[in-house]
Write a protein that binds this ligand. Structure first.
Ligand code: HEC
Ligand code: HEC
Ligand code: HEC
Ligand code: HEC
Ligand code: HEC
Length: 446
């Protein structure tokens, strides 16, 4: 075995020597990676059981299977005729099914996805991230991969340790894995033809105080998202204690083992697949992201001032698919008799938000100032009023009348992954209403 590897290595060196000058003439390296080079997460779980359990049913594991993503992407692809719009609508698999895309199938959303190889169905997985060697661009998945040759020859797994000597695969320290860039390459999404910034999580982080040159203040994506575990949301407003443990059942203890839950705000999809722990952790994360303060001193002028502060997120609230995510203010004023005298941002019986709700989101346009909901048609960003990291935003509500004495003013900041209206547009089995998570609440008797 060892001898064979040695020979292969030598052959490799000779081959590289011959091939190197020809490289520019050869097809891009993307074409040359074979699906069998990737090792299934089940194999990694044999030794890294705890990390596997954390990753299982995370949004990375579910990136391809996620019914919200898969039905939305099929829906957006339908009926397009413009070549640029079609190109964008077909491009989703690059990040949501990356092992498949990289190795040749699926290349497009309209491919027969029932033929997706089993390993590619497992979304953003162990061997994908841990074969990443460099980043060629920080948007639209610019990871450059160097996987091994399958289970027989697993090759190098890149990670945070410079002294790991595993028995199954080789290991190498990778600075990239400790930096936000490895996340940013997929968490910045540009329209492939029009260039519109569709998702900007990395850029938002890059422009935030968390991207500090002072190592004491600097917090990369991993510093929050790979410190979280049940009961420890690990945000910018809560402690982020280390997680001592070992990377396998039989390895020595280390001061910190990075957790792999990859929890954001999605409180429905992981639970749908049985990841109940991730549902709870998403709620814990959202509950520690923002604060609310309500100023009732101007009620006599029929004005209510509400301030929202992003205290916990390393990017805007909401981030990611900012056109879909809904973070809004619900305001209810009730008299002493409990009768509602004013309300805003209250969901109706069909779970639909009123048009004038105060909502923090991005809105895309068609290039002529008209709103579009299909990102494939997004030629401009019309509006972006999301709350930046550490930023406070104040909104003044104009009330129709001065509230009666001793009224109760209740303001809540709420989160939902997507508008019910959009879910209702998607043909087929109706979606159950997505959970509404209370991020913050203030109640004042005036
Ligand atoms: C036969 C057991 C075994 C299997 C199977 C296994 N690993 Fe490991 N791996 C280890 C051991 C042992 C370490 C070293 C842990 C330490 O030093 O704390 C390790 C370390 C690592 C590291 C850290 C490397 C570094 O230098 O930072 C990564 C990343 C990793 N493994 C990824 C994987 C992936 C991905 C798979 C599946 C493709 C996998 N491992 C399968 C045993 C295994
Ligand atoms: C989205 C990319 C991504 C995926 C998917 C992923 N990892 Fe990791 N993993 C990382 C990063 C990044 C680090 C190091 C974080 C740092 O140093 O800041 C890491 C660290 C590790 C380590 C070192 C020990 C630790 O946790 O600190 C091991 C071992 C490991 N991962 C194994 C796995 C296995 C096994 C899977 C699949 C079940 C997996 N990883 C899935 C990105 C990923
Ligand atoms: C200081 C801690 C912190 C850092 C650093 C951080 N995040 Fe977050 N992240 C949060 C919190 C808190 C939330 C929940 C609030 C929200 O959804 O914005 C969150 C939510 C998310 C979400 C879900 C978005 C949504 O609204 O549904 C994604 C995706 C995400 N983060 C990715 C990243 C990436 C990628 C980076 C690095 C570029 C990063 N985060 C850096 C704290 C952090
Ligand atoms: C190969 C592309 C890729 C890389 C690399 C990647 N992500 Fe993701 N990530 C995704 C996709 C795609 C989703 C959403 C899947 C879905 O919702 O269907 C996602 C989801 C998430 C979520 C959950 C969002 C939510 O709404 O709950 C978090 C948190 C997250 N990623 C953090 C990270 C961090 C931290 C890193 C770096 C260590 C990282 N990601 C690296 C593609 C990637
Ligand atoms: C460059 C990588 C990338 C590409 C390309 C991409 N996405 Fe995503 N997608 C992400 C990331 C990262 C997230 C997680 C952000 C968040 O949680 O807000 C995500 C999340 C989503 C979600 C939210 C899923 C849920 O369960 O709430 C939908 C829907 C989605 N993407 C649709 C699409 C569609 C449709 C396309 C193609 C037109 C596409 N994506 C292309 C990276 C990508």
């Amino acid at each position: 075995m060892k001898f064979r590897r040695q020979v292969k290595k030598i052959m490799g060196v000779i081959a590289t020597g011959i091939l190197l000058p020809l490289m520019p003439l050869l097809a891009s390296s993307e074409e040359t990676i074979d699906i069998n080079q990737f090792i299934s997460p089940d194999i990694c779980s044999g030794c890294h059981a705890e990390i596997f359990e954390q990753w299982e049913n995370s949004m990375h594991h579910l990136a391809h299977k996620d019914p919200v993503y898969s039905r939305v992407s099929q829906f957006l692809r339908k009926g397009l005729t413009d070549a640029g719009e079609i190109k964008e609508a077909e491009s989703c698999v690059k990040c949501h099914t990356p092992v498949g895309f990289l190795t040749g199938f699926p290349k497009k959303v309209s491919d027969d996805l029932s033929k997706t190889p089993e390993i590619a169905i497992q979304g953003i997985q162990c061997d994908y991230c841990h074969s990443a060697e460099s980043v060629k661009q920080i948007h639209n998945n610019g990871l450059v991969l160097k996987p091994g040759q399958g289970e027989e020859e697993p090759g190098i797994k890149y990670g945070p340790f410079d002294d790991a000597v595993p028995d199954f695969h080789e290991a190498q320290y990778s600075k990239l894995h400790t930096e936000s860039r490895i996340c940013g390459t997929c968490h910045n999404v540009n329209h492939v033809v029009f260039g519109t910034n569709l998702e900007t999580t990395y850029t938002e982080w890059e422009n935030s105080v968390y991207n500090s040159t002072d190592p004491e203040k600097r917090i990369a994506c991993q510093g929050c998202h790979m410190y979280q575990r049940s009961g420890i949301p690990a945000t910018g407003s809560t402690k982020r204690p280390e997680n001592p443990g070992s990377a396998t059942d039989y390895s020595d203890e280390r001061p910190h083992i990075f957790t792999h839950y990859f929890v954001g705000g999605n409180a429905w999809v992981p639970g749908f697949f049985g990841g109940k722990d991730k549902h709870r952790m998403a709620v814990e994360r959202l509950e520690n992201a923002a604060t609310l303060s309500v100023d009732t001193s101007k009620l006599n002028e029929k004005k209510l001032n509400i301030t929202v502060t992003n205290i916990g997120a390393g990017h805007s609230i909401p981030t990611g698919v900012g056109d879909l995510r809904q973070v809004w203010l619900e305001i209810i004023i009730q008299g002493k008799d409990n009768k509602t005298s004013f309300q805003a941002g209250v969901l109706d019986k069909k779970q639909v938000l009123p048009k004038d709700a105060l909502i923090f989101r991005t809105v895309f346009g068609d290039g002529n100032g008209n709103e579009v909901i299909n990102i494939a048609k997004a030629r401009q960003v019309l509006k972006d009023n999301r709350i930046k990291a550490k930023q406070s935003v104040t909104r003044t509500i104009d009330l129709p009348a001065i509230p009666k004495k001793e009224s109760m003013v209740t303001v809540r900041l709420l989160y939902r992954s997507m508008p019910q209206k959009i879910l209702n547009l998607i043909p087929g089995e109706p979606f159950e209403p997505l959970p509404v998570v209370e991020m913050a609440k203030v109640q004042n008797r005036i």
